[in-house]
Design a protein around this ligand. Structure first.
Ligand SMILES: [Zn+2]
Ligand SMILES: [Zn+2]
Length: 668
């Protein structure tokens, strides 16, 4: 059918053509040959997941991002633009999967992700499932097996040493009761209705022809309950292990007898999850019985029903649970749970602590929401992110304030030029040891505040930082689940830190907008400074190119910039010498050394330039008489145009100007 110029059928056919062919059918014998060619198809669950993630690729991480104990930290392309600010937990997760893939004791535990709501742990599990569903390493299972098991499980124990070495794989599993039943049923046996039972026992030799067991290609699907199980414990009293391991169908048991696998329903979450993964929501809310069941599956890969009525079943699955910090702390404080502690592999999953990542989280949430068409003013999300992050931080004696710590974590320059001497790694480590990020407000809370801000001014189609600050204040007062102590802490952080931060940003924004030719001027000032500093360091005089006149380095000029960079007078020589080390290093890397290269200097130069403009800005924006004359009006319009060029809309540009005018008026 034609739709305009596009032939949709053609597109569909092309899309299908690009997909691998599904639905392969054969026997265990055929499968042995495939396994020889590509042993990866026989991978155990953790190894399959591990490789599926690695296939997307990894990226290296700069050294100062690595906290102590994470020297091998990398980021995983598989989660890029999906979850943010969770490099360490993801790395922990990969370590666990690797341990599982290598069949070590560590990998035989239940993985438990512990973190506050919306810290990204559930998102991570969500993406793990998608990664498994989309993995291109094919998976094959026994056709008709209720737990879609690995074909190699059919190989008799005594013959396995040969096959393991011939195929170069390890074979752990046992045939499930249903497959076992087929192996022990004579070929051609029919039931009372005349249906072939699929028996494989050769009546002449008395041995099963396991190699003839049918095999089929398998596709992981959470939706179809194929290899991806989800389990959420219902209330404690009604928690029933059958939800996890399946049950006996009583009417069928009456017909076939208790021990006949045809009387069993293998529809528990663990059986669904065989070969893939089990997502265990609120793991620690489940009954202890279920926990022990699960631990046996992790440890021995066997379902062992406590009552013994249900048969043992071999299950290979990546078991991942999640829970919040409160439940976790309750769990570890209970003495009777001690035996369980070292059977669980805990990964702490804190809220993100980097402002830039936090902004990305909101962007993603906004993209996915109904508000995607609303204009979000520059710095609006950043202000919200700063507030969110600061509520999650723990004070440190090594930082002068939470704001400073927040900036350090965000790789920003702090006013002190000695930034490089600050040991960020040990500050991060200290924070981690104190469970930093395990409390504080969540992205969901911020989204709620954004929604409220948008709701109150939907007709303007724009949301600016002041709207957000107002809304955050409102939410601190009205958010359910915020204790009075938290409430006053949040309001205080907002008032004392975030508003001040925004004032600074807003002033700078307006000043920059006044300042058209900002970059060339900054570069000129930078070059002038460097010329003087170079002459100073060499103990030489400056020579004027046109007149040939000599003069001493301009101390006043250099100090005016250094003071803005926070360089004390007695450190000026050290600072100036240091610049040339930076310059040499930049040139060695093949980079240009301009006013943007060295952030401390860049900020100081900006401040210097903007300082000279402050009077102009102040006059244009606040003088009541001048605001009427044409020249001033034009200048104001110009500023708005500049702001629009830099991502503002008319509404938030005006709001910004009014806000700044108000600040300047108060300053007098
Ligand atoms: Zn089976
Ligand atoms: Zn706007």
């Amino acid at each position: 059918m034609l739709n305009g110029a596009v032939d949709y059928r053609e597109i569909i056919l092309k899309q299908r053509e690009e997909k691998p062919i599904m639905g392969w059918k054969g026997t265990v014998l055929d499968y042995l040959k495939m396994a020889k060619d590509n042993p990866e198809i026989t991978s155990i669950a953790t190894a399959r997941m591990y490789n599926a993630i690695l296939k997307y690729g990894v990226n290296s991480v700069s050294n100062d991002r690595k906290i102590i104990g994470y020297d091998d930290l990398v980021t995983y392309e598989a989660f890029k633009d999906k979850i943010y600010g969770t490099e360490e937990p993801l790395h922990d997760l990969m370590k666990f999967l690797k341990a599982g893939a290598f069949r070590t004791e560590t990998g035989k535990r239940i993985l438990l992700l512990v973190g506050p709501p919306s810290s990204g742990k559930s998102s991570c599990v969500y993406y793990l499932k998608r990664i498994l569903e989309q993995d291109d390493t094919p998976k094959y299972v026994i056709d008709g097996c209720p737990i879609h098991e690995e074909p190699l499980n059919m190989i008799p124990m005594e013959d396995r040493p040969y096959w393991e070495s011939a195929l170069g794989v390890k074979i752990d599993g046992q045939p499930c009761p249903a497959c076992q039943f087929r192996l022990q049923t004579p070929i051609g046996t029919v039931d009372k209705q005349g249906n072939d039972l699929g028996g494989l026992l050769d009546p002449e030799t008395g041995h099963p022809r396991w190699e003839d067991m049918p095999v089929v290609q398998f596709k992981f699907s959470e939706h179809l309950r194929n290899g991806i199980g989800v389990f959420q414990p219902s209330d404690k009293i009604s928690q029933n292990e059958s939800e996890l391991i399946g049950r006996i169908n009583l009417s069928k048991a009456a017909r076939f007898g208790d021990n006949d696998p045809r009387a069993y329903l293998f529809d528990g979450a663990l059986e669904v999850a065989n070969g893939g993964m089990l997502d265990f929501i609120e793991l620690l809310k489940s009954d202890e019985r279920l926990l022990y069941l699960l631990i046996t599956v992790a440890q021995e890969k066997l379902i062992k029903s406590p009552g013994g009525a249900f048969p043992q079943i071999y299950i290979d699955s990546f078991l991942v649970g999640h829970t919040n910090l409160t439940e976790y702390e309750k769990f570890i404080s209970r003495k009777e749970n001690e035996a369980l502690h070292d059977r669980i592999y805990v990964i702490k999953w804190p809220l993100n602590l980097r402002v830039s990542d936090e902004v990305n989280i909101y962007r993603k949430l906004i993209r996915e929401s109904e508000f995607k068409d609303i204009h979000v003013s520059p710095h609006a999300l950043e202000i919200a992110a700063k507030f969110a992050v600061i509520t999650r931080l723990k004070p440190s004696t090594r930082c002068s304030s939470l704001i400073e710590k927040m900036k350090l974590y965000n790789d920003e320059v702090v006013s002190d030029f000695k930034k490089e001497e600050v040991d960020i790694k040990s500050i991060r480590k200290e924070g981690r040891d104190e469970d930093e990020g395990m409390s504080g407000i969540s992205p969901r809370y911020i989204m709620n505040a954004l929604n409220i801000a948008l709701g109150t001014k939907e007709n303007k189609k724009c949301i600016n930082p002041m709207d957000i600050i107002r809304s955050l204040n409102y939410c601190a007062e009205h958010h359910i689940g915020v204790s009075p102590e938290e409430k006053s802490k949040y309001v205080e952080l907002l008032k004392d830190n975030i508003v001040g931060e925004y004032k600074e940003t807003a002033l700078k924004e307006v000043q920059l907008a006044f300042f058209n030719a900002y970059e060339p001027q900054a570069q000129a000032l930078f070059e002038n400074y460097m010329r003087n500093a170079e002459a100073f360091c060499r103990g030489e005089k400056l020579i004027d190119e046109s007149s040939g006149e000599q003069s001493a380095p301009d101390e006043k000029l250099m100090r005016s910039i250094e003071e803005l960079a926070g360089v004390p007078l007695n450190s000026k020589r050290e600072f100036r010498n240091g610049l040339f080390v930076h310059k040499a290093a930049a040139l060695e890397r093949g980079e240009e050394f301009n006013f943007k290269t060295f952030l401390v200097l860049k900020e100081a130069i900006e401040k210097n330039l903007l300082g000279t403009l402050k009077n102009v800005v102040s006059l244009t924006l606040t003088d009541p008489i001048k605001s009427l004359d044409d020249k001033t009006k034009r200048r104001k319009e110009n500023v708005i145009d500049n702001l629009i060029d830099r991502g503002y809309c008319k509404s938030c540009a005006e709001a910004l100007i009014n806000f700044v005018a108000d600040i300047l008026r108060r300053q007098g």
